[in-house]
Design a binder for this molecule. Structure first.
Ligand code: SAH
Length: 255
């Protein structure tokens, strides 16, 4: 059995809360979500199977596989979509936005962990596009601090609500225009965007630490998007364009 499964395949009582909780003393019971219909008490096994499919598809980082096997994606989607929560599909989260496919989340987080800066563990990360908060929860398992910014008040509040039961002390949710980055948390060892624009805002490159890596969708031609990786070194920036992706558009301003 792979090492990352061994810790994940605990009984549900041991996995559902403690895996995400950073402050065990915090009284989470009052806001503890009810078991999801359809996924229910064996959701840990369903997640482990999802992580095994991700591993078969090429994800190798044990921290990423463990995070994907741990974070309860079904808690982040509407109750009508719970049965699809562990399929490799993007799902609507309201206000015309979508939660990315698990395979895309895992791929982008694994890329983030491949930077020079992440060799000794991933430090501060900026996520642009909090959405429902799922990817922020995944990032909280692999990075020391997560700053996640969202421009739509309704989703910022939804993410706050979704994440509240786990009291993740290393996740900071910000309502703001992520095209400006978030200077208060800079420099970042990693920047990850869940929305794609025509170019990468200068603020993101400025706020990236030397040795850090930016992973974002960007429009490359014909309105099609590809995954872009930018590594910052003391000599400058190196960029690589990877596979085609399909993200919601990066927009400016708060709404
Ligand atoms: N990571 C999210 C996916 C959200 S979809 C999750 O796990 O659910 C992408 C999000 O990017 C949308 O919620 C959209 O409103 C947001 N977004 C688009 N442009 C933005 C900007 N300039 N600043 C902050 N968020 C932005």
């Amino acid at each position: 059995m792979p090492g990352w499964v061994a810790r994940s395949a605990q009984p549900q009582a041991a996995i559902a809360k403690p895996v995400l909780a950073r402050s065990p003393a915090a009284p989470v019971a009052a806001r503890s979500p009810a078991p999801a219909v359809g996924v229910g008490l064996d959701s840990a096994a369903v997640r482990v199977r999802m992580a095994q499919r991700l591993e078969a598809a090429g994800i190798t980082h044990p921290g990423v596989l463990h995070a994907m096997a741990s974070v309860e994606r079904h808690r982040f989607v509407d109750s009508a979509l719970v049965n699809q929560a562990y399929e490799d599909t993007s799902l609507p989260i309201g206000l015309g936005q979508t939660i990315s496919k698990p395979s895309v989340v895992a791929r982008m987080v694994e890329l983030l962990l491949g930077s020079e800066a992440a060799r000794s563990g991933l430090g501060r990360v900026l996520e642009i596009g909090t959405g429902c908060g799922y990817q922020a929860a995944v990032l909280s398992r692999v990075a020391r601090e997560v700053y996640s910014i969202e421009r739509l008040r309704g989703l910022h509040e939804k993410a706050r609500h979704n994440l509240r039961p786990w009291r993740l002390t290393n996740v900071h949710l910000i309502l703001g225009d992520g095209m400006q980055g978030f200077v208060n948390g800079a420099p970042y060892a990693g920047i990850i965007s869940a929305a794609g624009g025509n170019s990468i805002p200068d603020a993101w490159c400025d706020q990236l630490a030397v040795g850090g890596r930016l992973v974002a969708p960007v429009v490359v031609g014909d309105g099609k998007q590809a995954l872009l990786v930018i590594d910052k070194s003391s000599h400058g920036f190196k960029q690589s364009i990877l596979e085609a992706v399909n993200f919601v558009p990066l927009k400016s301003g708060i709404a």
